[in-house]
Design a protein around this ligand. Structure first.
Ligand code: GSH
Length: 218
């Protein structure tokens, strides 16, 4: 049985949606972030970074959302969630998954944890870091919007849904309270609606008890 250590609406939502897409049995293990359980000695044995998510697949303990998604796609080849190994299409999925992880997600982390990038108590500095992160993320969302225009949709890479879609969707939802959220862009808006309508997304959202305000501006 697969176990996903998760916290509602966090990065763990990406593999949670993907597990629902695959339709395989799995068990969720709630990480009590309010009590900093992600930094507890037991959790740090699973992920020394103290971050959600972690996937446990038998003897394999895996952290990093992108790696978890790729592992799940690899171990469920019948679902055909990735193009053939060595193909240009597969390389494009890798490119977007890395970009989503190390560029878009990394910048969103700066936005949400801006106080970590300044000295303790420097609230003015933290606000400045947050504002600059929002500007930078805005440019990245423009890039994502252009990719959707270029691919022609309905999914990020075009006709075929891939794990990159779970990442693009959740990261975009996290910008819902920005001055210019992802969903206000011409191609991202309809794409996010298509994603939200997928039964797998609906099931994960119900399980995690996500309010409608998770998806669009409050
Ligand atoms: N690079 C990691 C980032 C995961 C991450 O940032 N998780 C956040 C939740 S969205 C977290 O666990 N934060 C807890 C903390 O910073 O203490 C991944 O992709 O899995």
């Amino acid at each position: 049985m697969l176990h996903l250590h998760y916290h509602p609406s966090d990065a763990s939502l990406m593999p949670h949606i993907f597990l629902e897409e695959l339709g395989v049995p799995f068990e969720l293990k709630w990480v009590d972030r309010a009590n900093n359980a992600q930094k507890s000695p037991d959790y740090l044995k699973l992920n020394p970074n103290g971050l959600v998510p972690v996937l446990v697949d038998g003897d394999l303990v895996l952290y990093e959302t992108g790696a978890i998604l790729l592992h799940l796609a690899d171990t469920h080849p019948q679902a055909q969630m990735l193009p053939p190994v060595g193909s240009a299409a597969r390389a494009q999925v890798y490119k977007w998954m890395f970009w989503l992880s190390n560029t878009l997600h990394a910048n969103i982390t700066v936005y949400y944890y801006s106080q970590r990038y300044v000295a303790d108590g420097n609230t003015g500095g933290a606000s400045e870091v947050k504002a600059r992160a929002e500007t930078r993320i805005g440019l990245l969302l423009d890039q994502l919007d252009q990719q959707l225009q270029h691919s022609g949709g309905p999914w990020l890479l075009g006709r075929d849904y891939s794990p990159a879609d779970c990442m693009a969707f959740v990261l975009s939802c996290w910008t819902r309270n920005f001055e210019r959220p992802a969903h206000t862009r011409p191609h991202l808006g309809p794409y996010l609606q298509r994603m939200q309508a997928r039964p797998a997304v609906q099931r994960a959202a119900t399980t995690e008890q996500l309010p409608p305000s998770f998806f669009v501006k409050n």
